[in-house]
Write a protein that binds this ligand. Structure first.
Ligand code: CTP
Length: 396
């Protein structure tokens, strides 16, 4: 892992001392750490201790002639594979959410083209404040990833969410984000659909499918970790976008198709979304009222098939992969779908197995025109990494 580097921004909070332990863990694993210490952070840890553990110079001044001469702040923001903010204070989050750039850390966050991981740390009231939660939502939508905060007793004597995640947990999140050694998909563009779609019946009612989005999000993250430029077109889920992934939020199948088409051209498309097959023929503009009689029948029309649409046309990605969630005759149905939708691979999964829907594990078979590969039951993250590796092989 020696070639991997992170830029570590240490904000001003009591949790800053944990950034020292984090630096030690990273260096031990052979990851390069280039620290930026904010003025507030320097009240909690000294540049000397950070520099000694990082075995690198500590940067802190935006307008320092020596720092700028050695490495300008733009170059600094791009000199790493990942930017980590730990502790991410309420102030740093607010600046990043609003694009403020009035010191070295905020300028770096605005100038970077690298994935950003934040480990928030602040008082529970500050964390739960509507302003911080708003900033969190903005940052997530911008593709920033988060680890923590944990819940527990705080230095200020209060109890609740706001404690920075422990250094080994942040370390794991960093290692996952840095991914394996190489970046075989660098320069390749990928589209991943994930989550359910929702189809309005009226302003308060909808048709939807069961889908947590976990498998699709894991695939988007795994492709990004291999260097792909990933657009994740997602229906509503409770998940945060994986590191380095651009997420486009949609609701209906038609919106999902439009967002996928807008993301073309792409080298690979992986359709994991549980798209609602039908939508109400007419969505009521006003809430439908019960009138005491029998309910009016709901007329449905078929939704566009996104996987089939991406599999045809002159902008077809080189590799199009679909999923088949089946409850019976899994492989036979998957083979039939491969032909019907004209995609290259189908990842077939048996959703009749308890715990698959919404759970963390998946047992899948990869169905290609060349045959069937049955993979052992494994975590959805492991399925995602294995699939991403297989995709990378196709582009070698
Ligand atoms: N899919 C899609 N658009 C749709 C329906 C499905 O892109 N309107 C994609 C899914 O994302 C998945 C694959 O097609 O990759 C198979 O989805 P699945 O729900 O298993 O199959 P259906 O085509 O809906 O067929 P059926 O419901 O008859 O099993």
């Amino acid at each position: 892992m020696d070639q991997k580097r992170i830029l570590l921004i240490v904000g001003g909070g009591i949790a800053a001392y944990k950034a020292l332990e984090l630096t030690r863990l990273l260096r031990k694993a052979g990851v390069g750490v280039r620290p930026i210490l904010t003025a507030a952070g320097a009240h909690f840890v000294t540049p000397l201790s950070l520099s000694a553990l990082a075995e690198d110079k500590v940067y802190s001044e935006l307008f320092s002639l020596t720092d700028e001469a050695e490495m300008g702040h733009i170059e600094l923001s791009r000199s790493a594979d990942l930017v980590v903010v730990a502790p991410a204070t309420a102030d740093l989050m607010a600046k990043a959410a609003h694009g403020l750039a009035n010191d070295l850390s905020s300028t770096t966050l605005l100038a970077t083209d690298k994935p950003v991981l934040m480990a928030p740390a602040m008082n529970v009231r500050m964390w739960l404040h509507a302003a911080t939660q708003r900033n969190l939502a903005v940052l997530r939508a911008d593709g920033v990833s988060f680890v923590g905060p944990d819940e527990g007793a705080m230095a200020c004597g209060e109890f609740g969410p706001g404690r920075m995640a422990e250094p080994p947990v942040i370390f794991e999140a960093i290692m996952a984000a840095l991914g394996p050694g190489g970046r075989p998909l660098a320069g390749r563009r990928a589209i991943v659909t994930a989550g359910p779609t929702i189809e309005a019946i009226d302003p308060v009612r909808m048709l939807t499918n069961r889908s947590s989005g976990k498998q699709g999000y894991a695939i988007a993250g795994a492709l990004a970790a291999l260097g792909a430029e990933v657009t994740l077109v997602s229906g509503p889920t409770a998940l945060a976008a994986p590191i380095g992934v651009k997420r486009v939020d949609v609701e209906s199948a038609r919106d999902m198709l439009a967002a996928c088409e807008a993301a073309l051209p792409a080298d690979v498309a992986v359709c994991v979304a549980a798209v609602a097959d039908w939508r109400p023929a007419e969505a009521g503009g006003q809430k439908l009222k019960k009138d005491g009689g029998a309910p009016a029948p709901l007329a449905l029309v078929e939704n566009p098939d996104i996987l089939a649409a991406l599999s045809k046309g002159d902008r077809r990605p080189k590799l199009v992969v679909g999923f088949a969630a089946e409850t019976n005759d899994v492989e036979a149905h998957a083979k039939a779908k491969l032909g019907k939708k004209r995609c290259d691979w189908i990842v077939a999964n048996d959703v009749s197995v308890a715990g698959t829907m919404g759970g963390d594990d998946n047992a899948v078979a990869l169905v290609t025109t060349g045959g069937i590969e049955r993979w052992d039951r494994m975590a959805k993250g492991a399925v995602a990494r294995k699939l991403a590796d297989r995709i990378a092989q196709e582009f070698q």
